[in-house]
Design a protein around this ligand. Structure first.
Ligand code: NAI
Ligand code: OAA
Length: 274
C-alpha cells in the first residue's frame, strides 16, 4: 500500500461487496487509470473469499473503520444503516467518501461539516439517475420546481418500511398503485433502499424538502423507471431513465457503472460532463 501511494496512485477501498460493490471491485481490478483497489470491508468474509481470491490483486479485508487508513477514497455501497460507520472515520482522516446510500446522508448531514473540518470530501454519484449535471448548473441560477415520478416492479419495492408500516398488499396488484407522494426527505424515510435517486436529485438542486416525488408500485413495468421535470429560470427540462434491475431487484445495473465513471474521472486526462 505504501508503494502504491509512492507511485502516485489513488488507493480505493470498498465497503460492502453486494450488487454494486462487486462490480466496482472488478472494474478497479481490471484497471482504472491512476487508481488501485487496496481494501474491502465485508460483513461475512467467508462468503466473499472466493471472489476476493479471484481478483488479480486481492485487496486486504479490513473493518469498516479502518478503510480510511488504507485508502484515499472509500466507496460506501452497503445498506444505509452502515453509512455513518463507513463515512465518519474516512472523512475524519481527510479522505474522500463516495456515498451511494445517499438517502442515509439526510439523517447524518453533520458528516458534511465533519468532512469540511478535516479536509475530507463526500462525493455523491449520479447513481441510478440522469442529468444531475444539468440540475447542478440550473441550481446556480434559480430552480422553481423539481418533480419526480418513480415506478418500480413489485420486487423492487418489497419490504420498504412505508409499505410494511401501512400494511399495503402490493403482491396481488394488477394495475399501478401510487404508494406515496411528498418530499424527497419523507420518501427516503419510507423507501430507504428504493429512492436514493430522489435524494441525490434533491441535493443537486433545491433540497430534500422542496423536491417532490411520487412512488408507484407498477406490475406492468420490468424496469425501475424514473421521470423528472425541472422548471428553472435558465431552462425547463424533462429527464427519464428506465433501469434494468441488477441481481438486487431494488438496484439498477447502471448504479455501479455510474460509480465506476466517477472513479475514472478522478485521474482521467480527458473529463467530459460536470
Ligand atoms: N444512489 C443510487 O442511485 C442508488 C443507491 N443504491 C443503494 O446502494 C446501496 C448498496 O446497494 P446494493 O449493492 O444493491 O446492495 P446489496 O444488498 O446487494 O449489497 C450490500 C452489501 O453490503 C454488505 N454489508 C451489510 N452490512 C455490512 C457491514 N457492516 N460491513 C460490510 N458490508 C456490509 C451486505 O452483506 C451486502 O453484500 C444500498 O443502500 C442501496 O439502497 C441502490 C441503487 C441506486
Ligand atoms: O436503481 C434504481 O432505479 C434506483 C434505486 O434503487 C434507488 O434510488 O435506490
Amino acid at each position: 500500500m505504501t508503494d502504491q501511494k509512492a507511485s502516485g496512485e489513488l488507493r480505493v477501498a470498498i465497503a460492502g461487496l453486494g450488487s454494486i460493490g462487486t462490480k466496482i471491485a472488478t472494474a478497479l481490478d481490471q484497471g482504472i487509470e491512476g487508481l488501485s483497489l487496496t481494501a474491502v470491508a465485508v460483513r461475512d468474509p467467508a462468503k466473499h473469499q472466493a471472489f476476493i481470491d479471484s481478483l488479480r490483486r486481492p485487496p486486504t479485508i479490513l473493518p469498516l473503520d479502518q478503510l480510511g487508513e488504507a485508502a484515499d477514497i472509500v466507496v460506501e455501497c452497503a445498506p444505509s444503516s452502515q453509512l455513518r460507520a463507513i463515512v465518519e472515520p474516512a472523512v475524519k482522516r481527510g479522505r474522500a467518501a463516495v456515498v451511494v446510500s445517499v438517502g442515509g446522508l439526510l439523517d447524518n448531514f453533520d458528516l458534511v461539516d465533519l468532512a469540511r473540518a478535516n479536509g475530507g470530501r463526500i462525493l455523491v454519484p449520479t447513481g441510478a439517475l440522469i442529468g444531475l449535471d444539468a440540475v447542478n448548473a440550473a441550481a446556480i441560477g434559480t430552480i422553481h420546481s423539481v418533480k419526480m415520478v418513480t415506478r418500480k416492479p413489485i420486487d423492487g419495492l418489497k419490504g420498504a418500511p412505508f409499505i410494511v408500516q401501512n400494511n399495503i398488499d402490493i403482491d396481488n396488484l394488477r394495475e399501478p398503485l401510487k404508494l406515496f407522494e411528498g418530499s424527497a426527505r419523507e420518501a427516503a424515510k419510507g423507501f430507504p433502499a428504493n429512492v436514493n435517486v430522489a435524494v441525490a436529485l434533491s441535493l443537486a438542486g433545491i433540497g430534500p424538502d422542496r423536491t417532490q416525488i411520487q412512488v408507484w408500485a407498477d406490475p406492468t413495468v420490468t424496469r425501475n423507471v424514473h421521470r423528472i421535470e425541472v422548471e428553472a429560470d435558465s431552462a425547463r427540462f424533462s429527464m427519464g431513465i428506465e433501469n434494468i434491475p441488477s441481481e438486487n431487484p431494488k438496484t439498477g445495473l447502471i448504479t455501479a457503472l455510474s460509480v465506476i465513471a466517477l472513479l475514472r474521472k478522478q485521474r482521467a486526462t480527458l473529463c467530459v460532463g460536470t
